[in-house]
Write a protein of this length. Structure first.
Length: 661
């Protein structure tokens, strides 16, 4: 019901974007990128409206304003560019622009040959009011303008021309009457993140398998000695699964055997022993000094360490005896272990978020983050966040963001879409996705369209494999599948990653038919990896990552343009950011050569229909001269089953090409 104070507010503000649940949760934006705001702003009748975008960082008091521009049909837009990390907010204010309305009316009447003496008098009054709101020179200029509009010795034509000139409209519009303006009741929040939250390339490894001696437990020092290998492939985030003490009670053996043998290292996610819990290190990996040395050596190579946060405990974790109330108990009084029937994970106790001591539990869990943030870690992959309370995450992430707005959190939540979206809403910067199971061109196109709808708050991370996920495509597709899937992950999403060296060494054997678990998984045992194998995909991955790092078009989740092909097994798409254009063609058939014609949307590539252009394949270093929308491609699974083209519209023929098409 309208309130009396609102009776004179005629402007309506609707359909504001970006917004998440009507402002309940923040949208997301990278630091330094413009935030584009759009809204429907209109009034009753035929009045002209004006509006501004007001914005600020929530920790500041004053507002900055940007005039909004009309997009037509009552849609308006403006941008602001955050210059600090943290939470920002914006609102919109709109009002009836009486002078602009007057200008439109007098022009129509004068063009129709009508006498406009009365209208000129009304205009004079509006300008005088603007002069009273202005100061200094602007007030004097407006007073002069008002006097000339009221000067009957000047022809009506001259006065109409003067009043409707762009300079006059701009001058009067700078001092509007906003006393009856409508200000949006909602202030829409926007979380501003650092670049790594938006664009990063992850490499996951188990340090314990990185010893150069077969069968010997690897250390932080072993990983540090091989950092150049990771850096050489172009990864800028090195993600370590849990590195804490591992429990011995109900420890699992190789291939998830229920009984561990002597010397079996156990599952890193079974956190806690008599040596401590989540803030301690597994002694076989090294000391805190070794960890810090690895962190610093990685940073020197442009790599950030990311740690795993798994809020669960082994039966040997100190919390089990110190805080049994933090765990769910069965009817017989024993603590409930994790299970996913028929599977039993007796080496892991989940935490109970319905505990009678929620404050104690929540603060203890925050203390884990605080500890590792204190050790210089700013990126965390969070294990199974969907099995913990949403309210807990909203509180925790808000606390962390207030203290450390540069922290980046990746949600490992392969669960229902609504749950994944909710985790993004409550604050996770990135999220795992269903990419691993989207294989055909149709599936990939549809999935990218689905992600586009929520891209203002949900940042997808594309991982073709993880220690838990060995898809059928990778099990059966061979080298071509591994190459194609990484090209897709790295070019469709600005955040991507692989679990290595299993990926570059094309590990493809499941523990059993129909399973996505690896045979001899590192989750349960030590492995030895020959990083120098001649068939390693490391050089190809390095080429792809060089393209990611060198092309801004691949560094944002801007909508790709999908270009039609006459072969249903070929996927063709382009991404464009300002003058940088990348065109990708991938064969989704890892077993047979596929060829066909692509029909390019040249306007989407920023080119005219008759314009010749060069495409430079960044994977093979070959250059092709193309002309027009129709162009032929042929992809062989025995070679590189993808083209990753940099498009160069202004290339000269004398530069040299491999082929002309």
């Amino acid at each position: 019901m309208a309130k009396l104070r609102d009776l004179h507010r005629r402007v309506v503000i609707e359909s504001v974007f970006p917004e998440v649940d009507a402002g309940r949760f923040p949208a997301k934006s990278p630091l330094g990128d413009p935030v584009e705001v759009t809204a429907d702003v209109f009034a009753d009748g035929h009045e002209t409206v004006a509006c501004v975008l007001r914005h600020r960082r929530t920790s500041t008091r004053g507002w900055s304003e940007e005039p909004m521009e009309s997009l037509g049909n009552d849609r308006w837009t403006a941008t602001f560019t955050p210059d600090q990390l943290g939470v920002w907010e914006f609102e919109i204010e709109g009002w009836v622009d009486h002078f602009a309305t007057w200008v439109a009316g007098i022009e129509k009447k004068f063009d129709a040959g009508l006498d406009v003496a009365v209208e000129l008098s009304a205009g004079q009054h509006l300008v005088e009011q603007a002069a009273s709101r202005a100061k200094g020179k602007a007030s004097k200029d407006l007073t002069t303008l008002a006097a000339r509009l009221g000067d009957s010795s000047v022809t009506q034509e001259e006065r109409v021309t003067l009043a409707t000139a762009e300079e006059a409209i701009a001058l009067v519009g700078s001092y509007p009457d906003r006393s009856r303006a409508t200000r949006s009741e909602t202030r829409w929040p926007v979380v501003v993140d650092r670049e790594k939250a938006v664009f990063s390339t992850w490499y996951e490894l188990f340090p314990r398998s990185w010893s150069k001696k077969d069968g010997e437990h690897g250390t932080f020092a072993d990983v540090e000695a091989r950092l150049d290998y990771v850096a050489g492939m172009g990864f800028d985030v090195l993600y370590l699964p849990p590195i804490h003490p591992i429990g011995t009670t109900k420890r699992k053996g190789p291939n998830n055997a229920l009984v561990a043998g002597e010397g079996d290292p156990g599952v890193p996610w079974a956190i806690g022993s008599e040596l401590g819990g989540h803030t301690e290190l597994e002694p076989q990996l090294g000391t805190i000094e070794d960890f810090r040395s690895l962190r610093d050596a990685a940073e020197a190579r442009g790599i950030e360490l990311a740690m795993d946060i798994a809020f669960q405990c082994s039966p040997d974790h100190p919390w089990v005896t110190e805080h049994p109330e933090w765990f769910r108990h069965r009817a017989d009084g024993t603590i409930q272990y994790a299970e996913n029937p028929p599977k039993k994970y007796e080496d892991i106790y989940p935490l109970d978020f319905e505990t009678g001591d929620p404050e104690g539990l929540w603060r203890a869990l925050k203390g884990i983050f605080d500890h590792w943030i204190g050790e210089g870690i700013r990126i965390f992959r969070v294990d199974n966040p969907h099995t913990k309370a949403f309210g807990f995450w909203e509180w925790l992430i808000g606390e962390i963001r207030d203290e450390h707005p540069d922290v980046v959190l990746l949600a490992e939540a392969f669960t229902r879409p609504a749950v994944m979206r909710r985790l993004a809403k409550v604050g996770f910067n990135q999220s795992y996705t269903y990419f691993a199971w989207r294989n055909t061109p149709h599936e990939l196109v549809q999935y990218m369209h689905d992600l586009e709808e929520i891209a203002h708050y949900f940042r997808p991370a594309f991982w073709p494999n993880t220690p838990d996920i060995l898809t059928e495509t990778l099990q059966t597709g061979g080298r071509a599948a591994f190459i194609a899937r990484y090209v897709l992950a790295a070019t469709l999403a600005p955040v991507c990653g692989i679990y290595g060296p299993a990926y570059e060494l094309m590990e493809s054997k499941p523990v059993r038919p129909g399973s996505e678990e690896y045979l001899h998984s590192e989750k349960y045992q030590l492995r030895s990896w020959d990083l120098d194998r001649e068939d390693s995909l490391a050089p190809v991955i390095a080429q792809v990552n060089r393209a990611r790092n060198g092309h801004p078009a691949l560094q944002r989740l801007d909508r790709p343009i999908f270009h039609p092909t006459d072969n249903d097994l070929l996927l063709c798409y382009s991404k464009r950011r300002r003058d940088d254009v990348v065109l990708v063609v991938v064969s989704t058939d890892p077993h047979h050569t596929q060829s066909g014609w692509v029909n390019l949307d040249l306007a989407g590539l920023g080119m005219s229909p008759d314009q010749g252009f060069m495409v430079h394949d960044l994977l093979t270093d070959r250059r092709y001269m193309w002309n027009g929308p129709g162009n032929f491609v042929r992809l062989d699974p025995d070679g590189i089953p993808a083209h990753l083209f940099a498009v160069r519209p202004n290339a000269r023929t004398e530069e040299g090409f491999d082929y002309f098409v």
